[in-house]
Design a protein around this ligand. Sequence first.
Ligand SMILES: [Zn+2]
Length: 136
Amino acid sequence: MAENLCFTAMKQFKKKYGEIPNVSDHKYFTNSMHVPVWEKVDLFTKIDIESQLTGYSSAGCITYVEMDTNLQNNINALEEIVNYAMDKDIPYFAINVPNDLCDDCGYTGEIIAACPQCGGNNIKRLRRVTGLSNIS
Ligand SMILES: [Zn+2]
């Protein structure tokens, strides 16, 4: 929903004000207090920047970081990331991890190539999941 609004609002903004460099020169606005998704920053920098802005988000906010892996084999790294966010007073924090599904056998998790359980290639890939539900 927020993603649709960011696109629609930008479309309306451009119709009214035109394309303004660094304001309306993308297809959509960045919602809330997020570092724009087109900016390449490491997760600690993202947390540093967004932690300074959470107080201005009167309707609530979430800080999330995108991971290339689900971290299930590196719980210490997961703990370090969560502690870093908590130390920065992030009120609501999430880690997005790969969460793929094998349509042949139902295996879920990070599937790099073929399914590690059945060898199938009928894989649904999901790379944006909010929360920690895939990490145990
Ligand atoms: Zn499978």
